[in-house]
Design a protein around this ligand. Sequence first.
Ligand code: ADP
Length: 326
Amino acid sequence: MAKIKKIAVLTSGGDAPGMNAAVRAVVRAAIYHKLEVIGIEHGYEGMIKGELFKLESKDMRNIIQRGGTILRSARSKEFKTEEGRKKAFENLQKNNIDAVVVIGGDGTFRGAGIFSQDYDIPFVGIPGTIDNDMFGTDFTIGFDTALNTVVEAIDKIKDTASSHDRTFFIEVMGRDAGFIALHAGIATGAEAILIPELEGQIDHLRKFLDAAKAADKSSNIILVAEGNKIGGAQEVVNQLNGDYDDLGIRVNVLGHMQRGGSPTAFDRYLASRLGVAAVEAILDNQRSIMVGYSNHEVVHVPFNKTIKGHRNINKELLEVADILMI
Ligand code: ADP
């Protein structure tokens, strides 16, 4: 195998707080190991268009605390085509790139896996998504920050809920996974949590609302994960057919504020560890793997496992939520 001298790094898919800390760690670890580093802007789109530029250690100053991604992100339709990936490969070759670190979610890893089947350039992935839905890692970069943002927002909404005797249906992100809803529900003491992983939730919700009415419970917080089988928070309320309007129902969709902001200490720590691990994996001749974090250790997980595997919600957490909702 040829000696690795020059690597590239990019961020792709949905942005997540802590991506900058990961870029910083990759760049500094690479320089520490005497490698040259190229940044690619706008993810795979920039790889196709040739948006490559040299990164130095000093470029990484003062970014560890910044949300978003200084490399910018994009969703690239062209990378899903053979011609697009060929153009991307030619740009990597033209710039003498020996390996690539991609920071993103499962779509990003799927793209990297497909690319590596056709072209002989090692790709290593770092999980960066607020959804925490990736198989093979206990945490993804950005989840902890998003969770804290959601908790802060719900605490504020609770003030109004209790002052005005209202029931708030709060919709949170997470695509088709309920990690943000479940963890935030536990952390805020929400009265009910609707997540995509569970069936028959509307009946459960009706039972809960009946009980709340009977107990004269005047304010409630119901968390709705966006990928819920019933639909978003408004659809859930619509399905109640006005039966509980006397509970003073209000709907609040938290939206993109969940993806932004300065990363928490944990996300910075995780990003720093995984960034260094990604560079070391490349130097160790690893390819087509994600560096993840499991049981407080860095782990290497093949892309195909991270893509095919579905990360299940921890049953014990569901129990904790259920016990505390009475
Ligand atoms: P995330 O990485 O956050 O899951 P996406 O699902 O949008 O975000 O994936 C990021 C990018 O990865 C896509 O815009 C696309 O360029 C690339 N990608 C995703 N799936 C594939 C695929 N099947 N083949 C090639 N590229 C893909």
